[in-house]
Design a protein around this ligand. Structure first.
Ligand code: PLP
Length: 392
């Protein structure tokens, strides 16, 4: 089925799916590691690319994996997609595909702690360096691009301050200088934001989060043009980073309900952000949908919804914030996000624990900050839980 002209919900359900000879309504799970051929020449046709076919699961040449990749490409508006065993696998393969020893990456704003470690500690050991620019230093971007700069990488909205970056403006600078723009769209999801349409070259997701949506799978994906994805394929194959077919099948199941899930996450988070911003024990709330958010106007232009993630700062110190977190009953204290169940973390104890206090200070990640992943429970129940925890 050609799904390019269809709406997002329709693509979430139908793109990439096909019926088997038994009439199963969508692509079945092929958990097999290998696939048989009628003859040696048939094998060669597939190996040498004259025919498409299934070959070996670690290569991604498996119908369940190709099916979810086609669905993801369609949903994100890309030509093709490669899935991975995790979001970090997708990121590392992408960086290694476009950078060799001596090359340079620019990372803008806050990023997931693991990404910070990959760029700041792991990649320098193979000769790839990164300049980290704060969101407030975007005026220095052009000057930070060097002859050896290959990639500009960022999340938008960011973790945990929900800072929003102008994808179009960054892509304009990057492309003028011949540099690729890679956007981590995990927080926004393709329901709320389409970085490829805004000028990004590649989009990455931790599918562990909203795309999986039920806190029961770990995966990643890179989406973009077939040409840009080509070099990433061999890195994924030879680093052995393939998503398991069982996970790909589970991910496809989740993607079919992505639109209604994300819209409900958006609504719940908007309500909690509004109520929190009026609470006397809350110093500030970071949510792109609030008119007080510093990039609210940009978020309105660039996003179709503001997402299910928000953070707030409890008046007092880290202990006061920890006490609020500990009193919560419906929010589970857990470091992930994007599932149907609401989660809460104090970034200083989890996602940003690895940063020095100075670095956290520079990035406005205060000790009293609490991050919420607003789930799909009744929003009024979540508010009652937050209110009792704040008033404790
Ligand atoms: N990108 C973002 C924005 C994340 O929050 C995370 C993990 O929390 C990752 C990437 C890494 O994803 P994974 O845990 O699937 O490797």
């Amino acid at each position: 089925m050609t799904t390019n002209t269809l709406g997002l919900s329709t693509r979430c359900i139908h793109a990439g799916d096909s019926r088997d000879s038994l009439g199963a309504v969508h692509t079945p799970l092929y958990s097999h590691s290998t696939f048989a051929f009628a003859s040696t020449s048939d094998v060669l046709d597939v190996v040498e690319g004259r025919k498409t076919g299934n070959l070996y699961t670690r290569y991604g040449m498996n119908p369940t994996i190709r099916s979810v990749e086609e669905k993801l490409a369609s949903i994100e508006g890309g030509e093709n997609a490669w899935v991975f065993s995790s979001g970090m696998a997708a990121e590392s393969a992408t960086f290694l595909s476009f950078c060799k020893a001596g090359d340079h990456i620019i990372c803008i704003g806050d990023v997931y702690g693991g990404t910070f470690e990959l760029l700041g500690q792991n990649l320098p050991s193979v000769g790839i360096t990164t300049t980290f620019l704060l969101g407030s230093e975007l005026d220095k971007l052009d000057a930070a691009v060097k002859d050896n700069t290959r990639i500009i990488f960022f999340e938008t909205p960011t973790n945990p301050n929900m800072e929003v970056f102008d994808v179009r403006a960054i892509a304009e600078i990057a492309h003028r200088r011949g540099v690729l723009v890679v956007v981590d769209n995990t927080f926004a999801t393709p329901v709320n934001q389409s970085p490829l349409a805004l000028g990004a070259d590649l989009v990455i997701h931790s599918t562990t989060k909203y795309l999986g949506g039920h806190s029961d799978l770990t995966g990643g994906v890179v989406i973009g043009s077939s040409k840009l994805l080509q070099p990433i394929w061999t890195w994924r194959k030879n680093l052995g980073q393939m998503m398991a077919p069982e996970v790909a099948h589970l991910l496809a199941r989740s993607l079919r309900t992505l639109v209604i899930r994300v819209k409900a996450h958006n609504e719940g988070a908007a309500l909690l952000a509004r109520r929190l911003s009026e609470h006397p024990r809350v110093e500030r709330v970071s949510y792109p949908g609030l008119p007080t958010h510093p990039q609210h106007e940009l978020a309105k232009r660039q996003m179709r919804g503001f997402g299910g993630m928000l953070s707030f700062v409890v008046r007092g110190d880290a202990k006061a914030a920890a006490a609020v977190v500990d009193r919560l009953k419906l929010f589970a204290i857990a470091p992930s996000l994007g599932g149907v169940e609401s989660l809460v973390t104090q970034p200083v104890t989890t996602t940003h624990h690895g940063l020095t206090p100075e670095e956290r200070g520079r990035r406005s990640i205060s000790d009293g900050m609490v991050r919420l992943s607003v789930g799909l429970e009744e929003a009024e129940d979540l508010w009652a839980d937050l209110a009792q925890a704040l008033e404790g």
